[in-house]
Design a protein around this ligand. Structure first.
Ligand SMILES: C[S@@+](CC[C@H](N)C(=O)[O-])C[C@H]1O[C@@H](n2cnc3c(N)ncnc32)[C@H](O)[C@@H]1O
Length: 191
């Protein structure tokens, strides 16, 4: 997706300033990456799928601030990012694909600077009020459901806490009408 309510919600909430080093895990076609770069963040977009990286790399070329975007191969469980170099880590609609939530949380802890922030948001596609389910009675969701391992907000926050991060919230809320989400935020303690 080029743009999405969940990504807009994450970047509006995080509100990265100019020069913020932000990692977008499972960046896909880059809705959060592009929104963050437009605010002046330096974004590293991580995705394991060559196809997604190719699309985002092409999209990057047409961005005015393309110098602010780097697209790299990697997974949440093995981030290609040096220790303590990120101010912010975000993940949008990708946690239901991760193989190992605890390993990913440990990686997020490793790459964040002290005081750094993390925000993870997955849309709740199981919610009958999700716009997609309302539109087609849940047919599309049932077709793709086998490829997902839905993760709850508490589960995400617990994994972040276990990795040593300070969980700041775990809520189910909405990013926009018809876009119910599961959201966890945390920060890395200052030294
Ligand atoms: C539904 S797309 C979401 C993309 C984008 N964040 C968005 O909101 O449109 C899920 C993305 O997660 C990526 N992904 C799958 N497994 C992953 C993993 N283990 N670590 C990081 N990203 C992963 C996929 O390649 C895909 O681009």
């Amino acid at each position: 997706m080029w743009r999405g309510a969940a990504s807009d919600h994450v970047i509006d909430t995080i509100a990265p300033g100019r020069g913020t080093d932000l990692v977008d895990i499972g960046a896909g076609m880059g809705p959060a990456t592009v929104a963050a770069a437009r605010r002046g963040a330096q974004v590293t977009a991580v995705d394991p799928m060559p196809y997604m990286r190719r699309i985002l790399s092409l999209r990057r070329l047409v961005q005015r601030n393309r110098q602010a975007i780097t697209v790299v191969a990697g997974t949440a469980e093995q981030l290609p990012i040096a220790d303590a170099t990120a101010d912010v880590v975000v993940g949008v609609n990708t946690m239901h694909h991760w193989q190992d939530l605890d390993a990913a949380a440990a990686e997020i802890h490793r790459v964040l600077r002290p005081g750094g922030r993390i925000m993870l948001v997955d849309e709740d596609f199981d919610d009958p009020d999700h716009g997609r389910n309302r539109a087609d009675g849940g047919r599309r969701h049932r077709r793709h459901r086998h490829r997902m391992t839905p993760v709850g907000a508490e589960e995400m926050a617990d994994a972040l806490s276990k990795a040593g991060l300070v969980a700041t919230d775990a809520v189910t809320t909405s990013a926009a009408p018809g876009v119910p989400i599961k959201q966890a935020t945390a920060r890395k303690a200052d030294v």
